[in-house]
Design a protein around this ligand. Structure first.
Ligand SMILES: [Cu+2]
Length: 353
C-alpha cells in the first residue's frame, strides 16, 4: 500500500513538473503562431460536431434496441400503471426535447465556427425569445409536476377503505419476515424490546395483547389478487427499504417507527408468468444457466418467475441477498394457504410445552 502511495505521489509530482514547464514555455513571448486555429482547423472541428451528433443519436438507438429488454415488465398493481404512464410521458418529452436541442446545438456550433475576418455580433437580449423559452418549460413542467403530485397523493393516501388486508413487513439484517393480522385483521402490538428468541417470539409481539394471538408470522408472502393490501413496515436494526419492483412499490423501513405503503395486486403469479416480457426474460436467463451448467458441470435448476420483495437500501454485507418470495394467487388459494399456517398463539404454546 505504501509503495503504491509513493508511486502515486511520484507520478503527481512528475505531472506537476511537466505542467509547470508547459506554463513556462507558454509564458515566453514567441511570435510563432502555431497554436492559433486556422480556418481549416475550425472547419474540421465543425464537422467533428456532426460526427459527435451522429454518435450520440447512434448510441441512443443502440441502447434502446439492446437494453430495453431489461426494463420491468407490465406493472402488477393497480397504481403501477399510473406510475408507468407518468414515467413514459416524462421520458418521451425529455427524448423529443433532447433530440431537437442537441441537433440545434451542434448545427449552430458548426455554422458559426471561427472564420478569418468574421466578427461576432454583440446581441444583448431578445425579450420575445426569452419569453418563449421560459414560458414553454414553465407550462410543461407545471403540468408534469401537478400530474405527478396528484398521482403521488393518490398512491400515498393510505386508508382503510375497501377492507384492506393488513400485513406487516419486518426487516432485519439480512432477511424479511411477514406478519398477517389474522382473523381480526388487526396487528397485535409489537416492539423490538420484547423479542424473545428462546421462546421463538422473533418479532417482539406483545403476548398480553389479545390482537396478537391470531397473528400469523411467515417467511413467504402470499397475497390474494384484487384485494387491497396495507403494508406496515418495521425494521429491527438499520435502515432497510421494502422494494417490490413488479408492483412499483417502495418504502423505507426505519428502526423505531412504522412506515406504510398500500397497493392492490392485479395479476397473479401464474398470469405474470404468461406475460411476453417475462416469458422472454425467463428464456434468456435459462439459456445462460444451461450454458454455465455445461461449462462448470454444476447442476443449476432452471429459473421460474416469481414476484420478489427486495431490500433497496445498502444495509450491510448480505444486503444483495435480502429478499422474500411473493406469491399472488386467487382468494381461495390464499385462504387455503393461510389456513395451513400457525398463529402466534399456537407457536407460543408449542414452544412452552
Ligand atoms: Cu436491508
Amino acid at each position: 500500500m505504501t509503495t503504491l502511495l509513493i508511486l502515486v505521489v511520484l507520478a503527481l509530482v512528475a505531472i506537476a513538473v511537466w505542467q509547470m514547464t508547459k506554463i513556462f514555455e507558454l509564458s515566453q513571448l514567441k511570435t510563432a503562431s502555431t497554436e492559433i486555429a486556422t480556418d481549416k482547423d475550425n472547419k474540421y472541428n465543425g464537422y467533428m460536431l456532426f460526427a459527435f451528433l451522429i454518435f450520440i443519436y447512434g448510441i441512443t438507438i443502440f441502447s434502446f434496441a439492446k437494453y430495453a429488454k431489461f426494463l420491468l415488465p407490465t406493472a402488477a398493481s393497480e397504481h403501477g400503471a399510473e406510475v408507468d404512464q407518468l414515467m413514459f410521458v416524462s421520458m418521451v418529452i425529455i427524448f423529443i426535447v433532447q433530440t431537437i436541442t442537441q441537433a440545434l446545438l451542434h448545427y449552430f456550433g458548426y455554422k458559426y465556427r471561427g472564420e478569418k475576418g468574421k466578427k461576432a455580433l454583440f446581441y444583448a437580449d431578445n425579450d420575445r425569445l426569452e419569453f418563449i423559452w421560459t414560458i414553454i418549460p414553465v407550462i410543461v413542467l407545471a403540468g408534469l409536476i401537478l400530474w405527478g403530485l396528484y398521482t403521488w397523493t393518490n398512491i400515498m393516501d393510505i386508508n382503510d377503505d375497501d377492507d384492506p388486508l393488513i400485513v406487516e413487513l419486518y426487516a432485519q439484517q439480512f432477511g424479511w419476515t411477514a406478519r398477517y393480522a389474522g382473523s381480526d385483521n388487526v396487528l397485535g402490538g409489537a416492539n423490538v424490546r420484547m423479542i424473545d428468541i428462546d421462546r421463538a417470539n422473533i418479532l417482539g409481539l406483545d403476548e398480553a395483547d389479545s390482537y396478537a394471538a391470531d397473528d400469523i408470522i411467515v417467511k413467504e408472502l402470499h397475497l390474494p389478487v384484487g384485494r387491497k393490501v396495507n403494508f406496515k413496515m418495521r425494521s429491527q436494526d438499520v435502515l432497510h427499504s421494502a422494494y417490490m419492483p413488479h408492483f412499483r412499490a417502495q418504502m423505507n423501513c426505519v428502526p423505531g417507527m412504522i412506515t406504510e405503503f398500500s397497493f392492490t395486486p392485479v395479476y397473479t403469479t401464474e398470469q405474470m408468468r404468461q406475460d411476453p416480457d417475462v416469458v422472454d426474460k425467463v428464456k434468456r436467463t435459462n439459456i445462460i444457466r444451461a450454458e454455465k451448467s455445461a461449462e462448470t458441470g454444476e447442476i443449476i435448476d432452471p429459473w421460474e418467475f416469481d414476484y420478489v420483495l427486495l431490500c433497496n437500501k445498502i444495509c450491510g454485507k448480505s444486503h444483495y441477498n435480502m429478499q422474500m418470495k411473493i406469491v399472488v394467487e386467487s382468494e381461495e388459494d390464499y385462504n387455503a394457504w393461510l389456513a395451513t399456517q400457525q398463529t402466534f398463539q399456537e407457536t407460543m404454546a408449542s414452544v412452552t410445552q
